[in-house]
Design a protein around this ligand. Sequence first.
Ligand SMILES: *Cc1c(COP(=O)(O)O)cnc(C)c1O
Length: 429
Amino acid sequence: MNAPATHQGLPGQPHIAYAGDQLMVEGVRLSDLAHKYGTPLFVYSKAAMLSALGAYQRGFAGRKAQICYAMKANSGLAVLQVFAEAGCGFDIVSGGELARVLAAGGDPAKVIFSGVGKTRTEMKQALQVGIGCFNVESEAELDVLSDVASGLGMTAPVSLRVNPNVDPKTHPYISTGLKGNKFGIAHEDTLRAYRHATSLPGLKVVGIDCHIGSQITDATPYLDAMDRVLDLVAEIEAAGIPIHHIDFGGGLGINYNGDTPPEADALWAQLLAKLDARGYGQRQLMIEPGRSLVGNAGVCLTEVLYLKPGEQKNFCIIDAAMNDLPRPAMYQAFHHIVPVTPRPGEGSLYDVVGPVCESGDWIGRDRQLLVRPGDTLAVLSAGAYCMSMASNYNTRGRAAEILVDGTKAHLIRQRESAFDTFALEQLVG
Ligand SMILES: *Cc1c(COP(=O)(O)O)cnc(C)c1O
C-alpha cells in the first residue's frame, strides 16, 4: 500500500485496501467497477462478510448458538444468500423482510421476528411459514399474537424482549435498552409478563431476549445487560417457567473513524465466561448481529461532479446524496471518504455534499481531499444501514449494487431508473 498518508489506515479490514494507487475490493479494482456500472454504486466484499461472521462462529465454537443476521442492516437478496449459505438464521422486523428471507432461500425455522409493532397480518404470515420465535415487546402484543395463533389452530413460540435498563453509551437514536424508550418490557414487569404469556392458549414460551442498542464499542454494557438478564432468567424459572434459549440481540459496533469495538470472538469469550460462572453456559444461545457483519464489508462509489470554492467553505459536490447514504443526515454519522485512485499532493478542505435540496444533505465535513471533477471517491463503511435505508427523495433512483467474490464482480441489484421510481403511480383518470 503506497497511497498518500491521508489515505492510509482505512477503517475496516484487509478485503478493502489499496494496491498501489488503486483501491480494491478483494481482487477487483473499484475504478473499473465505477467505469462499467456507473455511480453511485455500492460494492460489497463477500470475504469481508464471511470473515466478520467467522469471528462470531469462532467465539461460539463448542456452544449451542444460533446466529440470526439482523437483516435490516442490509437486506439485499444476495447478501441474505451469503449468510443463509453460511448457516445463519435471520432477525426480521417486518413481513416484507420475511418475504425476502424466503426469496433468498433462508430457513424460516431459523427466523426470529422482532419489533414493537407487528400487525396481525405479519403474525399470520410468520406462523404459516413456521418461524422459530417471536420476540414480543409488550403485554398487549402477547394477547394479539395468542389470538392470531389460536385462530390458526397453532401455538406461537415466544420470547419476551426485556429492557435491561443499561446505557450502551451510543447515539440516543440507536440506544434501545434504557428506560423511557419504546423497546422491550420493563425489568420490573418481566415476571408478570411471563406469567401472562403462559396463561394464554396460543403461546408457548421458549426464551428471553434483549437488545440494548447499536454501534456499541465497549464490552461493559453487554456484561451489565447479561447480568440483568440472567437475574431475570433465575427469577422466571424459579416461578416454574422454563427458559429454553437466551437471546442477547445485536449491537456490536464497527470501526468508522478510529472506533475500537471489541472483536466478536473476544467479546463472546468474556460473555461466555460470565454465562459459565453463573451456570448458563450450556444453554441454547441466540444473537442478532447486523452492522458488525456487513458495515465494513461495503463501500459506496461516487463521482465528483463539481468543486465549489466558497468564502467560508469549499464544497465538493458528489453524485451520491442523503437518499443513498442517510446516516450523516440522520445521526451525524461519520464515513471516511477516500479517492479510488489518489493523486499525489496535499489537497484542501471540503465539505462533501450531495445534490439533494436539503442543507442536511452532507456526507462528510472538513475533509482533506485532492480531487477534480470526474474523479471517483469511495465512501467507506457503507455496508450497513445505507442501501437498506435509501430512498427515492428528489426522484433519485436507488444505486446499483455489486457483490465481489475474489476476482468476480456480480451485479446483485440494478440501478433504478426514474421510471422505476414512479411505476406504481397513476394519473387521475
Ligand atoms: C437493529 C436490531 C439488531 C441489530 O443491530 P446492529 O446494531 O445492526 O447489530 C438486532 N436486534 C434487534 C431487535 C434490532 O432491532
